[in-house]
Write a protein that binds this ligand. Structure first.
Ligand code: ATP
Length: 434
């Protein structure tokens, strides 16, 4: 792969770590102790990979070659190289501050200010490289230069996101995957987009209306989902959650409003075309095909996919749900409720969703199985899947969601982060039984 793409990929990951750090800093409140492992993993990752591999290779190969070809980049390179040189000392300083804070020798405010400054500087550093240095490198470096630079970067082994990710960073990876969206809008030479990751909407629904004959089930629902986000849709029986998901996936007609998915207006597209675009649904009540084998049920989920891909996708689903592999030749109707739910989720995953819709996955399950289903949802979220989770089990859904919407008789009455909604008095009284 071309070195610039490798660096941009690494920048994208660094940006995600910065976003995750910011969220953790915001949540620090009283004691940073519970976050010790997280901070140390971040610092170790920066030490071992960013400073020693990423920066060193930029300095030695990319920046050095660019200086030889043009003086135009010198000011930016001076600044970047100086930041690289000071990076290890800065990390050591942060470690010390963290230790001091834990021993009560410095205030939490001092620590959080230093950490925020660190993430701000990290983002500014990435922007300078992407906006100022990369365009000049593309313009001035020769093919021979690139051969050498590409060679150097190809041997990179990222211990967090790479093929040989190391166990000590697993926790950090999951944290980053679940807190920061996968795509944050970085692109070749367009560091400007970095300022607006919040705009990276995968789905935007405006004023959705839907009816059953004269019964107006949805009365103007507006809702958006960012890439990599888990959005919970909570509300009582009959509030309109299922109707919303069915109207979104196209199995129920849209009466009014607009649905924009991945930049395209899909309001008039048929359900199968929406599925091909990447909207896949695990329906309420599972709706597995009882007489068909488990494997055939899964294959049905992959019917829009190219054939050669289906076999490997099946293996992926089986490794996620080993029980389905064990029973794959049996009729789906012989599975327990919890297993049928796994099958319904597996079937939706076979469509390679960009957006996975889960309708009441915990419905009718015993408490232990409910927990298991939510663990599956958590692991999908940790892998960076974008999810809408409709649930009557509001607490569990909001606890794992990034954001939530409360639906009442076809209207959205409240929206906020999962945590804000859990703490909201109205929600606590109406849905959480508190
Ligand atoms: P539940 O958890 O019970 O499924 P929900 O929030 O998913 O609730 P919907 O099933 O979307 O709610 O129902 C929204 C409204 O539409 C309700 O007033 C319901 O009675 C009505 N409704 C749903 N399905 C039909 C149908 N097939 N025919 C007529 N009305 C319907």
């Amino acid at each position: 792969m071309h070195a610039l793409h490798i660096i941009q990929d690494e920048h994208r990951n660094l940006w995600r770590i910065a976003l995750t750090l910011e969220q953790v800093i915001d949540d620090l409140h009283g004691s940073p102790r519970s976050e010790l492992a997280f901070f140390y993993a971040v610092f170790d990752y920066f030490d071992q990979f960013v400073d020693q591999a990423h920066h060193a290779k930029e300095d030695r190969h990319l920046f050095c070659r660019l200086r030889q070809r043009t003086e135009l980049a010198n000011a930016a390179l001076d600044q970047l190289e100086s930041e690289h040189r000071h990076a290890p000392a800065r990390l050591a300083n942060l470690r010390q501050l963290l230790a001091d804070c834990l021993h009560g020798q410095t205030s939490l405010d001092t620590l959080t200010t230093a950490l925020r400054q660190y993430t701000d500087d990290l983002k500014a550093h990435i922007r300078t490289e992407e906006q100022q240095v990369f365009p000049l490198a593309s313009q001035w470096l020769t093919e021979q230069d690139w051969d050498e630079i590409n060679q150097a970067f190809r041997s990179h082994q990222d211990p967090l996101f790479g093929d040989e990710a190391r166990a000590e960073f697993r926790e950090l990876f999951h944290r980053v995957a679940s807190l920061a969206p996968v795509s944050v809008g970085l692109g070749a030479h367009s560091g400007g987009e970095l300022a607006a990751p919040a705009q990276d909407w995968l789905l935007q629904v405006e004023q959705m209306e839907s009816a059953y004959g004269r019964i107006q089930a949805l009365k103007g629902i507006s809702l958006s989902v960012r890439r990599g986000e888990t959005v919970a849709l909570v509300g009582a029986n009959g509030a309109g959650k299922t109707t919303f998901l069915r109207t979104l996936s196209g199995v129920h007609p849209l009466q009014g409003g607009k649905i924009v998915f991945d930049g395209e207006d899909i309001s008039r597209l048929r359900a199968d075309m929406r599925m091909r675009r990447g909207i896949c649904q695990s329906p309420e009540g599972r709706q597995v095909f009882g007489p068909l084998s488990i494997e055939d049920n899964l294959r049905l989920g992959g019917y829009t996919q190219p054939k050669p891909q289906v076999a490997s996708d099946l293996e992926r689903i089986y490794s996620m749900f080993p029980i389905l592999k064990e029973k794959r030749a049996l009729p789906a109707g012989t599975l327990s409720g919890g297993q049928q739910q796994m099958l319904a989720i597996g079937r939706a995953l076979m469509g390679r969703p960009k957006l996975l819709l889960l309708d009441e996955p915990s419905m009718g399950l015993a408490p232990l199985l409910v927990e298991e289903v939510f663990n599956v949802v958590k692991s999908l979220k940790a892998q960076g899947m974008t999810l809408i989770l409709a649930e009557q089990n509001a607490f569990s859904a909001l606890a794992l969601a990034d954001r939530g919407y409360v639906l009442e008789t076809g209207h959205i009455t409240l929206t906020g982060s999962g945590r804000e909604l859990i703490e909201n008095e109205q929600v606590r009284a109406a849905y959480l039984g508190m």
